[in-house]
Structure formats: C-alpha cells, structure tokens
Write a protein that binds this ligand. Structure first.
Ligand SMILES: Cc1cc2nc3c(=O)[nH]c(=O)nc-3n(C[C@H](O)[C@H](O)[C@H](O)COP(=O)(O)OP(=O)(O)OC[C@H]3O[C@@H](n4cnc5c(N)ncnc54)[C@H](O)[C@@H]3O)c2cc1C
Length: 384
C-alpha cells in the first residue's frame, strides 16, 4: 500500500529526534534521494550523549558502532569516549548534509485523512506535514524512579543516574547507588575511584557480568553471534563462561546470577560489561547490599530489613520510553509502552509511521540503529 496520497507524496519524511537513530535514518534516506527533515527538541544533535556522565565510553566497539556512510575515526580508539561520540554525531550530520531543525519538540503525531500522510504538532504551535514519520526519540527518554514508599517525605539527596556527571560533588560522602545495570555498575565504580567515602550498591537481582573483551575478542561480537541461537542453548552455554571469567563474589554480597543470560536479556536485563565493578567489589570499595524497599525516618530500608543512612542516593533505575503523548492515541504501543513494530515494519492501520531505537539488544544498539536505518530508508524509498 502506498504511504500517502499523491499530494502528500512530495512532502518530506520527518524524523523525530537527532540522536544516532534519527541521524542514521535521515542519512540513509538522503542516500536514496528521499528528502528528510530531522526535528530535534534540543539545540544540538546528540542531545542524550551530551548529558551522559563524564567517564562514559561506548562499551560496544568503534567498528561495530559506526552509523551508515561514515566510520568513526581510528584515533577515537577501540572504546570511544562520550565526547568523541558527540563529535562523531555532529560530524555525521554535517558530512551527510542533513536537514536538522533544532529547538523544536514534536508533541503529537496525527494521521491525515485518507492515507494522506502524517501531521506533526510541535512546540510553538508549529504544524508540519510529511508523507512518512520516523520516531527516534530514544529508548532512554524519561528517567524512571520507582515509587518507593516514603520517598516524597525523605529529606536526603536523591538523584536519577541521568543527572549524575562525575564523582567530585560526592567526594567524602556516603553514597548508595540503586540498580546494577551497566549504568549503576559504572557509576558505583566512578564514585569509589573518585573519592566517595563509602559506596554501596543496592542489588535486587544479581546481574550476569561479562568481561568487555577477552584476549582481544569483544563481548559484543559474542552477542552478535549468539543472537539468533535458541535462548535455552545460550543460557546453557553462558553459565560456565560467566563462572570462568568472573570470580565468585558471593562472600562480598553479590551472588551468582540465575535465570539464564539470554532469558534475562530478553526480559530487558542485558548483561553488565565489567569496567571495574568486579575489582571494586573484591576490594571492598563497592559494597553490594539488598534492594531498596522504602524510605523511612530519614533512612533507606533494604529488602533484608537493614537500614542505611547515606548522604546521597543515585537511582540507576532506568528510563521509560515516554511515547504516550506522541503516539499513544494511534494504537501502535504495546502494554509496556514500546512500539509494537520496529524497523521497516509498520502497523497495518498506520502505514508510514516507523520506529527505531526501542529495543536494547545484546548485539549493541548503535549497530542495531544502523541496520534499522537502512531497512527503514529502503522501505520508504520503495513506497514512493
Ligand atoms: C549511559 C548509556 C550508555 C550507552 N552505551 C551504549 C554503547 O556503548 N553502545 C551502544 O550501542 N549503545 C549504547 N547505549 C544505548 C544507545 O545506543 C544510546 O542510548 C543511543 O543514544 C540511542 O540513540 P537514539 O537515537 O535511539 O536515542 P537518543 O540518543 O536518546 O536520541 C533521541 C533524540 O530525540 C530527541 N527527542 C526526544 N523527544 C523528542 C521530541 N518529542 N521532539 C523532538 N526531539 C525529541 C532527544 O533530544 C534526542 O536528541 C547507551 C545508552 C546509555 C543511556
């Protein structure tokens, strides 16, 4: 089915969000001669990466994280620094001569009658009409903090990991990091190395921990190889590998994981790539403690009944997609708030409405964004 009536067929494709996902789609469209405009709410491209903590490097390799049509330069090294990711995204938009409109937040996407394309309602009363829309507003859109009982009345400092930049403001302080995904694990290490007096790490479910690379072989490559294998097989294979490569930290309060690496990854808990956590836990510089249950009387109550009184709590408790105001009325979201379709696929009743970047694959998200960009662009180009 064509995506839009002939009048709308000449309208551009709108891409919402100028992160790596949106920029990659725009570049792939341009490469196929399809006019595309990227609409970005911030005043620069790569907004999410500008806000990440100082210490951050890609944990996926430079080679496997390049977007279509422009490689990341060798001088960025194997594990690319945050600032170099930002520089790359700026260069990427410039190199591909992308049409990026900054400072405009898209608030709502509406279908035009009779398959006539899509209307975008944006800040300042702007209305844009396009023949297709690619939504690329990010997996990590809205910081999420669980509704812990007592949190509102708690007087102490609590910040989401998205607001954490560096250890310096926490020098000499007792900090509780909550959540042991890649972000929580790395922030705990950063705090321990950066002079925090004490760092505890609240763990609900012990994570699978992998070495970022072994004898030069990056964990990401294994992630790519095993991605298509049956989940149960990967679970079986992964257990002994994790046991061999990561020492038992049970006596330090971090039990061996269970549930199967691939099974857990499918549920959204991708393995933690070790960038210092194992050593820090072994040395007692990061102390695993039980999960946070509630806040009471100026203290944090943990699942084992113990209480702690940190100077600051860093909630590394993830993000939500935040797509409801934008497209929730279109019947394209699942109960978990994620789009029901991705990549080149569109919902039957919403042809021309694409999504990229709403999965968190074990093979690396930059890589996935690059692959989806080509698929989406090919599909849009075909439907002209
Ligand atoms: C700490 C951290 C480390 C990561 N490390 C890696 C890694 O090593 N390797 C890897 O492959 N992946 C990594 N990822 C995952 C993923 O690759 C990145 O989050 C990546 O930036 C996702 O790109 P994106 O374009 O989908 O979203 P984003 O980069 O979040 O870009 C979305 C853009 O949309 C804009 N936007 C949002 N809403 C609107 C709106 N309504 N209107 C207009 N614009 C809007 C935002 O301002 C933003 O610029 C990491 C993620 C995090 C959080």
């Amino acid at each position: 089915m064509p995506e839009a009536s002939t009048a709308a067929a000449h309208a551009p494709v709108y891409v919402v969000g100028a992160g790596p996902g949106g920029l990659a789609v725009a570049a792939a469209l341009r490469g196929r001669g399809v006019p595309a405009v990227v609409v970005e709410k911030a005043d620069k491209v790569g907004n999410s990466w500008r806000g990440h903590y100082d210490r951050l490097h890609l944990h996926t390799t430079r080679r496997l994280s390049s977007l279509p049509g422009l490689r990341m330069p060798r001088r960025f090294g194997r594990w690319v620094r945050r600032d170099d990711v930002v520089a790359y995204l700026e260069k990427y938009a410039e190199f591909h001569e992308l049409d990026v409109v900054t400072g405009v937040a898209v608030e709502r996407v509406e279908a035009l009658p009779e398959g006539g394309g899509w209307r975008l309602r944006a800040g300042g009363g702007r209305v844009l009409e396009g023949r297709a829309v690619v939504v690329a507003t990010g997996f990590n859109h809205t910081p999420y903090v669980p509704g812990w009982p007592g949190l509102d009345a708690y007087g102490g400092e609590v910040l989401h990991a998205g607001a954490y930049r560096a250890a310096e403001p926490f020098r000499g302080k007792d900090v509780l990091v909550v959540g042991v995904g890649n972000t929580g694990a790395e922030i705990a290490v950063d705090l321990a190395e950066g002079g925090a007096a004490r760092v505890r790490l609240a763990v609900r479910t012990p994570p699978y921990i992998l070495r970022r690379s072994t004898l030069g072989w990056p964990a990401q490559r294994t992630g790519i190889l095993i991605r298509r294998l049956p989940v149960r097989l990967v679970d079986l294979l992964a257990d002994p590998v994790c046991r061999l490569s990561v020492p038992d930290l049970g006596d330090k309060g971090l039990a061996r994981p269970s549930g199967g690496l691939a099974t857990r990854a499918r549920q959204g808990a991708i393995p933690v790539q070790d960038v210092g956590l194992v050593a820090a836990v072994r040395a007692g510089r990061v102390e695993p403690v039980a999960a946070v249950e509630e806040f009471a009387d100026g203290e944090v109550v943990l699942a084992d009944g113990s209480r702690v009184r940190p100077d600051a709590v860093v909630a590394a408790t993830g993000y939500r997609r935040g797509l409801e105001p934008l497209v929730g009325h279109l019947g394209v979201l699942g109960p978990d708030g994620r789009p029901r379709v991705r990549g080149a696929r569109t919902a039957k009743h919403a042809p021309g409405l694409y999504f990229t970047g709403y999965t968190n694959p074990i093979s690396g998200m930059f890589r996935e964004l690059a692959l989806d960009a080509d698929r989406i662009a090919a599909r849009i180009a075909r439907s002209r």
